[in-house]
Design a protein around this ligand. Structure first.
Ligand code: SAH
Length: 357
C-alpha cells in the first residue's frame, strides 16, 4: 500500500466517501506524496509524452500565433505572457526562441508560469535560464495587464466530479472503501436543479462529468482579456460537451486502474470545451478546432519541410513521425483540440479564420 493510499483510507474512515475531485486533487497535489509534487512525469522514461516534448514545431507554431495576436492588438508595450501547467518549460522555451524574430515582443513580455509542482518549477527554471521568469500558484496571482496565454494539457489535470441522473435527482460518484480496498460508489440521490438545467438532454442512468476549477480558471482568463486585451489558446484532449466518464489513470504510458496506485499514476479527464466556451462570457470564442487542422493552417508542414532539409537517417525518420503524431487524425490530430479566446474587436486569430473545420 502506498503512503498516500493509507492517508486517503484514513480520511475516508473518518469522514466517509470522498468525491472524485477530492481524490484527484489529493493524488495529484498532496504536498508530500502527490503525483506532480514528487516527480517529473513527462517523456519516454516517465508516464506520458506531450506535444511540446514530441517536437519543437509545436511551440514554434504557438509562439507565432501568440505574436500575431499581439501585433493584431497594436503591439502593447507591456503584457503578461503566461502559461499554466508548463511541465518542463519546453513549450515556453520554444515560444521564446521563435519570438526573438518578432521585433519588440520579448521586450514587452513579462513571463509568468503557473505551476503547482516544486519538481517541475525547478525544471522550468533550468529550461528557461537566461530569461526573467516569474512563478505563481494560481491564475488570480497574475499581475493585471494585457494577457497572452497558452495552456497545453493543463485543463485535463484539474479535478472533475461525476453525477448519474436518477428518477429523483442525481447520485455523485464517490471513492469509498469496500472490503479494505478503495472502491467506487454512489452518493445518495439528491435533487440538483443546476444539473437538471445544464444537462436537460440526459436520460436516466446517464453520467455527466463536470470540472468546476476549469470553468473558474477559464472565466478568470476571459475576464482579464475582456478588461485589458490579450488572447488565450487552450489545447487539450476532449470534446464539445460532457464526455460522460472519461476519468483515467496512466502510468508508464499505459492505462491503469484509477484507484490502484494513488499518487503514482497520472489522473486526468477529457476537457469539456463547451463548458470552457460558456465561461468566456461575451468574448469571442474561436474553435474548438482539431489540433491537426489548426497546426496545418499555421504552417507546420512548411516548417517540417525546412527542418527536414538538415536531417537524414533515424533523425529524419523521427522528425517525420513527430509531424505525423502531432497532426494525423489517428494520433493527436483530432482528439486534441484548440480553443481560443480573443477580444470581440480584435481580428479573428490565425488558424480560426476559416470556419469550415
Ligand atoms: N504543458 C506541459 C505539461 C502538461 S502536464 C506540456 O505540454 O508538456 C500538466 C502540468 O500542469 C504540469 O506542469 C503540472 O504540474 C501542472 N498542474 C497540474 N495541476 C495544476 C494546478 N492545479 N495548478 C497549477 N499547475 C498544475
Amino acid at each position: 500500500m502506498t503512503a498516500l493510499e493509507e492517508i486517503i483510507k484514513a480520511r475516508i474512515a473518518r469522514l466517509g466517501p470522498m468525491s472524485l475531485a477530492e481524490y484527484m486533487t489529493t493524488c495529484l497535489l498532496h504536498p508530500e506524496y502527490g503525483y506532480y509534487t514528487t516527480r517529473d512525469p513527462l517523456g519516454a522514461a516517465g508516464d506520458f509524452t506531450t506535444a511540446p516534448e514530441i517536437s519543437q514545431m509545436f511551440g514554434e507554431m504557438l509562439g507565432l500565433w501568440l505574436a500575431q495576436c499581439w501585433q493584431d492588438q497594436g503591439c502593447p508595450s507591456h503584457f503578461v505572457l503566461a502559461e499554466p501547467g508548463p511541465g518542463r518549460g519546453t513549450l515556453m522555451a520554444d515560444i521564446l526562441r521563435v519570438a526573438r524574430n518578432i521585433p519588440g515582443f520579448l521586450e514587452a513580455a513579462e513571463i509568468w508560469l503557473i505551476e503547482a509542482s516544486p519538481t517541475l518549477t525547478k525544471a522550468q527554471r533550468t529550461a528557461l535560464r537566461g530569461h526573467d521568469i516569474h512563478h505563481a500558484a494560481q491564475i488570480t496571482d497574475l499581475p493585471q495587464g494585457p494577457l497572452f496565454l497558452v495552456a497545453n494539457e493543463f485543463f485535463d489535470a484539474l479535478p472533475v466530479r461525476q453525477f448519474i441522473r436518477t428518477e429523483q435527482g442525481w447520485r455523485e460518484r464517490m471513492v469509498g472503501i469496500e472490503q479494505g480496498r478503495l472502491a467506487f460508489g454512489l452518493s445518495p440521490e439528491t435533487p440538483l436543479d443546476t444539473l437538471d438545467a445544464a444537462y436537460a438532454g440526459t436520460s436516466i442512468g446517464e453520467m455527466v462529468e463536470i470540472c468546476i476549477p476549469a470553468q473558474e480558471v477559464a472565466g478568470e482568463i476571459a475576464r482579464r482579456i475582456r478588461d485589458n486585451g490579450g488572447a488565450a489558446l487552450i489545447i487539450d484532449y476532449g470534446s464539445y460537451g460532457t464526455a460522460g466518464d472519461s476519468f483515467q489513470a496512466v502510468r508508464e504510458h499505459r492505462k491503469v486502474g484509477a484507484l490502484e496506485t494513488p499518487g503514482k499514476a497520472d489522473l486526468t479527464a477529457h476537457v469539456d470545451f463547451a463548458a470552457l466556451a460558456r465561461a468566456a462570457g461575451d468574448l469571442r470564442v474561436n474553435g474548438p478546432l482539431p489540433q491537426g487542422v489548426f497546426l496545418e493552417r499555421l504552417g507546420i508542414t512548411a516548417r517540417a519541410q525546412t527542418l527536414a532539409r538538415g536531417l537524414s537517417g533515424p533523425a529524419l525518420e523521427s522528425h517525420i513521425a513527430a509531424h505525423r503524431r502531432l497532426t494525423h487524425p489517428d494520433e493527436m490530430g483530432s482528439l486534441f483540440k484548440a480553443l481560443a479566446f480573443t477580444p470581440t474587436k480584435a481580428p479573428i486569430p490565425a488558424g480560426f479564420d476559416q470556419d469550415d473545420a
